[in-house]
Design a protein around this ligand. Structure first.
Ligand SMILES: Cc1cc2nc3c(=O)[nH]c(=O)nc-3n(C[C@H](O)[C@H](O)[C@H](O)COP(=O)(O)O)c2cc1C
Length: 190
């Protein structure tokens, strides 16, 4: 059993019943995607292990730190993704932050409907001691998390986790970043 509560967050737009309709008129999907695509993000692979021992993994860039007291992070998980049910049930998950050598991993773990069996072959990994979840050996950084809250976020759920362990397997690799729908490898600081 998991020990978190599911929480619902209502936006002002949803509350009023009017602002949402106004937003629907002034923001179309392409404009929304275009604007959000100009926000640079890192890329992660989030993982969890179900009670019957099946490994789930999913590329996710909707990941961010939340708090240092306590140590909290969040990831937004689409409700129709297979990872969604798996992470809600397990309540324990891990994050691998991708570096310059991980474009293939990012593409693969973003491929809808790929077979779960054998999906990790070719991607060296260890297992986290706290969660049993997969940690990619080629990651810049990894962390293990325990879910402490789930918030409704439209077609995604916002999964907030307390960080139980951290590691930096390849700390000096350059990060893989996502910008306007394409991969980039971050260069030197100015
Ligand atoms: C760069 C990139 C970032 C992504 N970020 C997210 C994310 O943050 N949350 C999410 O639910 N899906 C995200 N996706 C999509 C999922 O990776 C994809 O839908 C999922 O792997 C489908 O797996 P399934 O067939 O097991 O449901 C992203 C895809 C890409 C290419």
């Amino acid at each position: 059993m998991t020990d978190f509560e599911r929480k619902s967050v209502q936006s002002g737009a949803a509350d009023s019943g009017m602002a949402g309709a106004a937003a629907a008129r002034s923001v179309d999907l392409d404009s929304f995607r275009d604007a959000l695509g100009r926000f640079v993000s890192g890329i992660t692979v989030v993982t969890t292990r179900s009670a019957d021992g099946v490994d789930h993994a999913m590329t996710a860039n909707a990941f961010t730190s939340v708090s240092v007291d306590p140590f909290l992070v969040l990831v937004c998980v689409e409700k129709i993704a297979r990872f969604h049910e798996a992470v809600l049930q397990s309540g324990r998950w891990a994050v691998s932050v991708l570096g310059e050598n991980a474009i293939e991993a990012s593409n693969w773990f973003a491929t809808r409907g790929r077979p779960l069996e054998g999906q990790l072959s070719g991607f060296p990994f260890t297992r986290g001691e706290e969660t049993g979840a997969v940690l990619l050996v080629d990651a810049l950084a990894t962390m293990e998390c325990r879910t402490i809250g789930i918030y409704d976020g439209g077609d995604h759920d916002i999964v907030v986790g307390e960080v139980l362990s951290v590691a930096a397997p390849r700390p000096d690799d350059r990060p893989l970043v996502y910008f306007r729908g394409k991969y980039h490898i971050l260069g030197d600081a100015t």
